[in-house]
Design a protein. Structure first.
Length: 101
Protein backbone atom coordinates (compact mmCIF):
# COMPACT_ATOMS: atom_id res chain seq x y z
CA UNK A 1 0.00 0.00 0.00
CA UNK A 2 2.83 2.42 0.80
CA UNK A 3 4.45 1.86 -2.60
CA UNK A 4 1.16 2.64 -4.32
CA UNK A 5 0.76 5.84 -2.30
CA UNK A 6 4.32 6.85 -3.13
CA UNK A 7 3.74 6.13 -6.81
CA UNK A 8 0.56 8.24 -6.80
CA UNK A 9 2.32 11.11 -5.02
CA UNK A 10 5.29 11.05 -7.40
CA UNK A 11 3.07 10.99 -10.47
CA UNK A 12 0.73 13.74 -9.20
CA UNK A 13 0.82 16.67 -11.66
CA UNK A 14 -0.07 19.13 -8.90
CA UNK A 15 3.04 18.16 -6.94
CA UNK A 16 5.24 18.70 -9.99
CA UNK A 17 3.63 22.05 -10.75
CA UNK A 18 4.25 23.10 -7.16
CA UNK A 19 7.89 22.06 -7.48
CA UNK A 20 8.24 24.19 -10.62
CA UNK A 21 6.65 27.16 -8.85
CA UNK A 22 8.94 26.59 -5.88
CA UNK A 23 12.00 26.71 -8.15
CA UNK A 24 10.69 29.91 -9.71
CA UNK A 25 10.06 31.53 -6.32
CA UNK A 26 13.45 30.41 -5.01
CA UNK A 27 15.02 32.30 -7.93
CA UNK A 28 12.78 35.32 -7.29
CA UNK A 29 13.74 35.20 -3.60
CA UNK A 30 17.43 35.20 -4.53
CA UNK A 31 17.05 38.40 -6.55
CA UNK A 32 14.71 39.92 -3.98
CA UNK A 33 17.37 39.48 -1.32
CA UNK A 34 19.75 41.48 -3.52
CA UNK A 35 17.17 44.26 -3.52
CA UNK A 36 16.94 43.97 0.27
CA UNK A 37 20.71 44.46 0.45
CA UNK A 38 20.42 47.55 -1.74
CA UNK A 39 17.63 48.93 0.48
CA UNK A 40 19.80 48.37 3.56
CA UNK A 41 22.66 50.26 1.91
CA UNK A 42 20.40 53.14 0.80
CA UNK A 43 18.87 53.46 4.27
CA UNK A 44 22.34 53.42 5.80
CA UNK A 45 23.39 56.29 3.55
CA UNK A 46 20.21 58.23 4.36
CA UNK A 47 20.76 57.68 8.08
CA UNK A 48 24.36 58.85 7.87
CA UNK A 49 23.60 61.92 5.75
CA UNK A 50 20.27 63.09 7.20
CA UNK A 51 20.34 61.48 10.63
CA UNK A 52 17.24 59.39 9.93
CA UNK A 53 16.07 56.75 7.46
CA UNK A 54 14.00 57.74 4.42
CA UNK A 55 10.29 57.11 5.04
CA UNK A 56 9.56 56.25 1.39
CA UNK A 57 12.33 53.67 1.32
CA UNK A 58 11.11 52.36 4.69
CA UNK A 59 7.60 51.90 3.26
CA UNK A 60 9.05 50.03 0.29
CA UNK A 61 11.15 47.92 2.65
CA UNK A 62 8.04 47.03 4.63
CA UNK A 63 6.26 45.86 1.47
CA UNK A 64 9.36 43.95 0.42
CA UNK A 65 9.51 42.26 3.83
CA UNK A 66 5.88 41.15 3.46
CA UNK A 67 6.65 39.79 -0.01
CA UNK A 68 9.67 37.82 1.23
CA UNK A 69 7.48 36.45 4.03
CA UNK A 70 4.88 35.26 1.50
CA UNK A 71 7.55 33.62 -0.66
CA UNK A 72 9.11 31.81 2.29
CA UNK A 73 5.66 30.69 3.44
CA UNK A 74 4.98 29.21 0.02
CA UNK A 75 8.40 27.54 -0.20
CA UNK A 76 8.05 25.93 3.23
CA UNK A 77 4.49 24.67 2.58
CA UNK A 78 3.12 26.99 5.26
CA UNK A 79 0.46 27.99 2.76
CA UNK A 80 -0.47 27.14 -0.82
CA UNK A 81 -1.18 30.65 -2.10
CA UNK A 82 1.39 31.65 -4.70
CA UNK A 83 2.85 35.14 -4.18
CA UNK A 84 3.03 37.96 -6.73
CA UNK A 85 2.89 37.87 -9.79
CA UNK A 86 0.32 35.08 -9.47
CA UNK A 87 -1.62 36.99 -6.82
CA UNK A 88 -1.82 40.71 -6.02
CA UNK A 89 1.27 42.42 -4.58
CA UNK A 90 -0.56 44.14 -1.74
CA UNK A 91 -3.22 41.75 -0.48
CA UNK A 92 -3.98 43.95 2.54
CA UNK A 93 -5.02 46.88 0.36
CA UNK A 94 -7.27 44.64 -1.73
CA UNK A 95 -8.85 43.21 1.43
CA UNK A 96 -9.46 46.77 2.66
CA UNK A 97 -11.14 47.70 -0.64
CA UNK A 98 -13.37 44.63 -0.58
CA UNK A 99 -14.44 45.37 3.01
CA UNK A 100 -15.73 48.82 2.00
CA UNK A 101 -18.32 47.43 -0.44
Amino acid sequence: MENETLKNNVSDKNQWMRILYMILFAIILYFTMMIVGLVVFVQLIFALVTGKPNSGVADFASDLTDYVHRIVGFLTYTHDKRPFPFNPWDEKAIDDLSNHD
